[in-house]
Design a binder for this molecule. Structure first.
Ligand SMILES: Cc1cc2nc3c(=O)[nH]c(=O)nc-3n(C[C@H](O)[C@H](O)[C@H](O)COP(=O)(O)OP(=O)(O)OC[C@H]3O[C@@H](n4cnc5c(N)ncnc54)[C@H](O)[C@@H]3O)c2cc1C
Length: 406
């Protein structure tokens, strides 16, 4: 069986599904090839994993017409509190200073996925092919050809552009031999949801410790999502702790700002590395999201960066199609690579620098960090710069991130 599309997207995670929503809404014929069937049965529970959405991502969702559906599932972040364990320097970012309703929003990944899939179901021109994965791909005469294994059968898809949105281990990137650079952190994120004794007050905490950064994000009325970076060699010990031991260790690291931690859910771990694809485009192929860049989760930037990839690529493809041009033409792909280079590099450097500088134990570095946090707190222009970067509204933005429809 063979079918022809304008765009074929491999990977229907949050970034691939977002691009499909943007393109499908413009009437383009889109195939999304996704390996995993969406979870069935159990609804949201205490342990669901979540994401911090930047303010700029809220604008993109609003431009896609999805914010109203997503908003009830989000917890707004009113303030961000950055500190370092054992030192007195802190920096505080505040929504009032930035003149916004919230600096960002925390949402369970499952809820974001549900909203995107609900929208895709309403778009006649988008075909969701799942569970399925590409067997082989080739670029030929003005199109990309993908042989897709779906159940017991194999289909051939032709598209004028193939988008790799298949995550950190991208099979498309590997099949095309696209080189990457990878830096290991020797750190693993321990993930869990916890309940503190005191109300979180819509504050997101980023606390740097000798083991790595610890983030606590406000989630719903009484939970916080914990992303606790630990050195690789400590992780099995942390995961082996019972609830009491885990909460005590967390308390020792985080302190008493939220009173005592009274509940913790299931724990999981995710090794961390920075991976950058050195070629974000190839003839008839573009990489977006984690397939193009996988970041350290400090400051919660990965999905937000990937969503901006999708918004830019959607804008360029939509523009080409509206002019009657080829959406996979070299000019479109070059424009995408040029536009995204700066944001991708800056965001990768920003998160990498935070993770590394705060991991250095040398006393002069620690003193400089502390002074830096204090100085930032006392200097409104510097705080404003940091807030705009964290909110995903710095630099050249696609129309959707400026609050404009495509
Ligand atoms: C601990 C941690 C905390 C984080 N917190 C935040 C945060 O607060 N805010 C934020 O913005 N980001 C955060 N991130 C980053 C964020 O999770 C990722 O950047 C984002 O999920 C990437 O989305 P994606 O769609 O590009 O990739 P993925 O989510 O990996 O999706 C890829 C999709 O492709 C599918 N797939 C894979 N291979 C194939 C194949 N061969 N064929 C077909 N389909 C395939 C997969 O099933 C999957 O659905 C965090 C990351 C970590 C590790």
């Amino acid at each position: 069986m063979s079918a022809t599309f304008d765009i074929a997207i491999v990977g229907g995670g949050l970034v691939g599904a977002s691009l499909a929503c943007v393109l499908g809404a413009r009437g383009l014929r889109v195939a999304v090839v996704e390996a995993l069937a969406p979870p069935v049965g159990a609804g949201p529970g205490y342990d669901d994993r979540s994401l911090a959405l930047a303010y700029g991502s809220r604008r993109i969702f609003a431009g896609m017409g999805l914010w109203d559906a997503l908003a009830p599932a989000t917890t707004p972040i009113h303030r961000i509190h950055v500190s370092e364990r054992g030192r007195f320097g802190v920096t505080r970012l505040d929504r009032d200073e930035e003149g916004v309703e919230a600096l960002g929003y925390v949402v369970e990944s499952r809820e974001a996925g549900r909203v995107l899939l609900d929208r895709l179901r309403t778009l006649d021109t988008v075909e969701w092919i799942c569970p399925a994965a590409p067997e082989s791909l080739a670029v030929e005469d003005g199109s990309a050809r993908v042989r897709v294994k779906e159940g017991a059968g194999v289909r051939t898809l032709r598209a004028r552009l193939l988008v790799a949105a298949d995550g950190a281990q991208s099979a498309v990137r590997t099949a095309l031999d696209i080189p990457t650079r990878r830096w290991e952190y020797g750190q693993t994120a321990v993930l869990a949801n916890v309940t503190p004794e005191l109300a979180h007050g819509n504050v997101a905490y980023e606390r740097f410790t000798e083991q790595g950064p610890l983030a606590l994000l406000p989630l719903g009325p009484d939970r916080c999502a914990l992303v606790w970076t630990r050195r690789d060699e400590e992780v099995s010990k942390v995961l082996g702790l019972d609830d009491r031991g885990f909460l005590a260790a967390l308390q020792a690291c985080f302190g008493d700002r939220l009173g005592r931690f009274v509940r913790v859910g299931a724990r999981s771990a995710q090794p961390l590395a920075l991976t950058l694809a050195l070629e974000p485009v190839r003839p008839r192929v573009a990489l977006i999201g984690n397939a193009a860049h996988t970041l350290h989760p400090v400051a919660g930037q990965g999905f937000n960066l990937g969503l901006r990839d999708a918004a830019v690529l959607g804008e360029l493809i939509g523009g080409a199609c509206a002019r009657g041009d080829d959406p996979g033409a070299p000019a479109v792909l070059d424009a995408y690579a040029r536009w995204r280079r700066r944001d991708q590099r800056r965001t990768a450097l920003f998160t990498d620098a935070l993770a590394r500088v705060f991991a250095l134990p040398l006393p002069p570095v620690a003193a400089a960090r502390n002074a830096g946090l204090l100085a930032l707190d006392l200097c409104p222009p510097a705080r404003h710069w940091l807030a705009r970067r964290t909110m995903g509204i710095a630099g050249r933005l696609p129309r959707l991130a400026r609050g404009l429809p495509l």
